[in-house]
Design a protein around this ligand. Structure first.
Ligand code: KG4
Ligand code: ZN
Length: 364
C-alpha cells in the first residue's frame, strides 16, 4: 500500500506570512496537521492598503519561527517530510523572494524535492483538500487582487473563462469603503454597514451584465458610488448604509448574471457531468449576501456550491502545501533550484492579458 505523503507549505505572496504541514493519504484524502498564519493587517492598515516593502520585511522577520511552529504542531521533523512547497507567484516580488528562497534552502539542506507553486493553483485546488471534489469544476476567485472564473480540469490544467478588465472585486469594496470613510479592509466594513441600509435607494451600474463574454468590470461602480456620495453631501450614517447596501446589491446582481452564464457554459461543455460544482475562494467569498446569491444560483442551475472554510478561502499555506502534494501525486516533476519567483503568473498561460488586468498588481 502506498505511504502517506507529507509536505511543508510556505506562503508569502502578499500580506500573510504562513506555513503549514499537510498529509495526503493513499486514498487521496488530505489532512491538515498544522496551519499557521500571521496576518500583517495592522502593519498596513494605516496606509489603506498593502505596502510591498513593509510586507517583505515582515515576512523575513516572521517566516523562520512560523515554519518552526508549523513543524512543532505537526509533530514532524523536516527530515520526515516528502517535499517542500513554496509560493513562487503571482504576488509581491519581495515577499515571493523571501518565501521561495527559504523553501529552496530547506529543500536543498534536507535533500527534498521542491515544488514552486502558483498561488492561484493553491486557491483552485483547495476544494479537493476540503471536499474531495473531483475534476472538472468551476472556481470563482474573488479577492483583493483577483476576480477570475476558472475551469479546473485537472492538476496543472486550467482555463480562464473570465477575469476583471479593471478593478478586482475586493479592490472595489476597499475603494468604496475608503470613499465613504469606512476602515480598511473595506469588505467587512461595507458588509456591516449594508445590513441596515436600503439596497434600492441607489441604482448603481451592473457592468457587462447581459454580455456573453464572462469577464467582469468594477471600476465604473466605484465612480458611481463617488458620484452618489457627492450628490447628497453631507453624507449621514444612514446614507452610508444605503450606499453600501445598494453597492452590494449591484455586485450581487452582476455576479448572478456573470456566474449564471458561466454555469450554463459549463453545463453545455460537460453535458454528461452529473456532479457539477462551483467553488468560491478569496476574501470576498466571506460576504454573506454574495454567498447567498451564488448558493441560490447554484441550486437553481443544478450545481453544488462549495465554499471552503473562511481560513482556507483566504491566503494560507495549507493550500500551497496541498497544491504541492497534488503535483507530487500526479507524478509532475519537482522544480529546479533555478526557479525564479514571478510577480505575474497566470494560471491559464494561453489566456490573454486584458486591459488593466491586475492593475493593483499582485494580490491574489
Ligand atoms: O483573499 P484575501 O484575504 O486577500 C487577498 O486579496 O490576497 O482578500 C482580501 C479582500 C479585501 O479586498 C477585502 O476587503 C475583501 O477581501 N473582503 C470582503 C469581505 N471580507 C474581506 N469583501 C466583501 N465582504 C466581506 N465580508
Ligand atoms: Zn490569494
Amino acid at each position: 500500500m502506498p505511504a502517506i505523503q507529507s509536505i511543508l507549505g510556505i506562503e508569502t505572496s502578499c500580506d500573510e506570512t504562513a506555513a503549514a504541514v499537510v498529509l495526503r493519504h493513499p486514498d487521496g484524502r488530505g489532512e491538515i496537521v498544522s496551519n499557521v498564519v500571521l496576518s500583517q493587517l495592522e502593519e498596513h492598515s494605516a496606509y489603506g492598503g498593502v505596502v510591498p516593502e513593509i510586507a517583505a520585511r515582515a515576512h523575513v522577520e516572521a517566516l523562520d519561527s512560523l515554519i518552526a511552529e508549523a513543524l512543532l504542531q505537526s509533530g514532524k521533523t523536516l527530515g520526515a517530510l516528502d517535499a517542500i512547497a513554496a509560493t513562487a507567484g503571482p504576488g509581491l516580488i519581495g515577499g515571493l523572494i523571501v518565501g521561495l528562497m527559504t523553501g529552496k534552502a530547506i529543500a536543498r539542506a534536507c535533500d527534498k524535492p521542491l515544488f514552486a507553486v502558483n498561488h492561484l493553483e493553491g486557491h483552485a485546488l483547495t476544494a479537493r483538500l476540503t471536499d474531495q471534489l473531483s475534476f472538472p469544476y468551476l472556481m470563482l476567485l474573488v479577492s483583493g487582487g483577483h476576480t477570475q472564473l476558472i475551469l479546473v480540469r485537472g492538476v496543472g490544467d486550467y482555463e480562464r473563462w473570465g477575469t476583471t478588465i479593471d478593478d478586482a472585486l475586493g479592490e472595489a469594496f476597499d475603494k468604496t469603503a475608503k470613499l465613504l470613510g469606512l476602515p480598511y479592509p473595506g469588505g467587512p466594513a461595507v458588509e456591516r454597514a449594508a445590513l441596515s441600509g436600503n439596497p434600492k435607494r441607489f441604482v448603481f451600474p451592473r457592468p457587462l451584465v447581459g454580455e456573453t463574454r464572462l469577464d467582469f468590470s468594477f471600476s465604473g461602480l466605484k465612480t458611481a458610488v463617488r458620484q452618489a456620495a457627492t450628490s447628497i453631501e453631507p453624507v449621514t450614517e444612514a446614507d452610508v448604509a444605503d450606499i453600501c447596501a445598494s453597492f452590494q446589491n449591484a455586485v450581487s446582481r452582476t455576479l448572478k448574471d456573470r456566474i449564471g452564464r458561466g454555469l450554463e457554459r459549463f453545463s453545455a461543455e460537460f453535458p454528461a457531468e452529473k456532479a457539477r460544482a462551483l467553488v468560491v475562494a478569496g476574501g470576498v467569498a466571506a460576504n454573506r449576501e454574495l454567498r447567498q446569491t451564488l448558493s441560490d444560483l447554484c441550486a437553481a442551475k443544478g450545481f453544488r456550491f462549495v465554499a471552503p472554510p473562511h481560513a482556507l478561502c483566504t491566503d494560507n499555506a495549507a493550500m500551497i502545501a496541498w497544491a504541492g502534494l497534488e503535483r507530487l501525486a500526479a507524478g509532475l516533476s519537482p522544480d529546479g533550484f533555478d526557479t525564479q519567483p514571478r510577480s505575474r503568473w497566470p494560471l491559464d498561460q494561453k489566456a490573454e492579458t486584458l486591459i488593466g488586468y491586475g492593475k493593483r498588481g499582485a494580490k491574489a
